[in-house]
Design a protein around this ligand. Structure first.
Ligand SMILES: [Zn+2]
Length: 387
């Protein structure tokens, strides 16, 4: 084996291990963020360095049937920075996913795929579960979150479901992997962190690049390599194979190549429910450097429900070439929202509108503040018809 390949494989294993087996090792201390009521949905991909306090300690066992638990949130009006603790090893793991369970599992039906109201949007994929199964990302296991090391990121989203839940192809295509060993590219390799997995090469691409979707940790694979699937065809069942601590589907979208470093944020590719939209942002310092692992709060003006979202970046977390984003929050009912980006001790507020079936974009640039203009069309990107 070539040394560079070995390094990649080791790195990949670390990536996967971190992706789906939350680890407490080396985490920085949860700091205190005190926010106003009501309960906040954590939408970051990682337990944070500035986490909401007073959350109960959870084992990672996502379940759509989990009943909502109210968060015990300290009430105050502003974000309050707190010094980091020096030792992370003795800290409890904070997984507020149960507290983040939405009030209702109900979602409107999805827009038909492909769905793209703007030339740069690409909601090409349906959800991997039937409509009666909850299928939004677990708040703390979104794309690009940093796990136990700064260079280790989660390259997909984790969708909670019971073991045995049928997993559906999110687009038509041909099965190019079915079974053990996807990450290591080693058929029947039982120690592969993805467990039993399926990869589909889709019939359609994006701007002349092939598209792949990945479905991992399955308990059962019902398809074979070379099999042609239509959207909605069942390809396997949810399980806990590979490196997981609870049943869920690890779902990835890869653009250009079927490898671990070609992923994009699935929340920019999964079609929204009707009447709902997607928030996309680029959060930077004053000098236009993207701010990593930066928490922002998004609050619905209509319901006062709030989400904490965290920016992503680094190796393995790729931004969309048009939006160049480092933050995505999907499945937001259309309406007016207040965004709050803390920066240099200040709270910076922005009121924005989420439109049905569309991306709402903003940039934040440190002391220069907000900009809601869409990015200019990059010269290398040409609008092509949706598949
Ligand atoms: Zn995952």
């Amino acid at each position: 084996m070539k040394p560079i390949l070995a390094v990649w494989l080791i790195a990949s294993c670390l990536l996967l291990l971190s992706a789906c087996v939350p680890s407490n090792a080396g985490r920085s201390a949860p700091q205190v963020v005190v926010i106003t009521e009501p309960p906040v949905e954590r939408a970051s991909a990682t337990p944070s360095a500035t986490a909401v306090v007073s959350l109960p300690q959870f084992t990672y066992s996502p379940s759509p049937s989990a009943s909502p638990k109210p968060l015990n949130i300290v009430v105050e009006n502003t974000l309050t920075p707190v010094p980091s603790a020096t030792s992370a090893s003795s800290l409890p793991i904070v997984f507020p996913t149960e507290g983040a369970t939405p009030e209702s599992a109900w979602r409107p039906p999805l827009y038909p795929t492909p769905w793209a109201l703007s030339p740069y949007d690409h909601f090409y994929f349906a959800r991997p579960f039937a409509s009666n199964v909850v299928s939004w990302p677990i708040a703390d296991y979104r794309y690009g979150g940093i796990f136990f090391r700064p260079e280790v990121v989660h390259t997909g989203i984790d969708l909670p479901a019971d073991v045995g839940t049928p997993v559906q192809a999110t687009g038509s295509g041909t099965v190019v992997w079915a079974g053990w060993g996807l990450l290591n590219n080693a058929p029947n390799y039982k120690d592969d962190p993805y467990g039993m997995a399926v990869a589909i090469r889709h019939d359609f691409g994006y701007k002349d690049q092939p598209l792949f979707t990945i479905y991992a940790h399955l308990s059962e694979v019902d398809v074979a390599v070379g099999q042609v699937l239509e959207v909605g065809d069942v390809l396997g069942k949810v399980g806990t194979t590979g490196f997981t601590t609870g049943p869920h589907l690890h779902y990835e979208i890869r653009v250009g190549a079927n490898d671990f470093f070609s992923t994009r944020n699935p929340e920019l590719w999964l079609v929204p429910p009707e009447g709902w939209g997607v928030l996309v942002a680029r959060i930077m310092d004053t000098y236009q450097h993207p701010l990593p692992s930066h928490e922002i709060i998004v609050r619905s003006q209509a319901t006062q429900r709030a989400w904490i979202v965290k920016t992503y970046g680094g190796i393995g977390a790729n931004s969309d070439p048009y939006y160049n984003e480092n933050l995505v929050l999907s499945d937001l009912p259309a309406g007016v929202y207040q965004v709050n980006v803390p920066y240099a001790g200040l709270n910076n507020r922005l009121e924005i509108q989420i439109f049905p079936g569309q991306v709402t974009y903003f940039a934040f640039q440190g002391f220069k503040g907000y900009d809601t203009e869409l990015p200019p069309p990059p010269s290398g990107i040409i609008s092509t018809p949706a598949p």
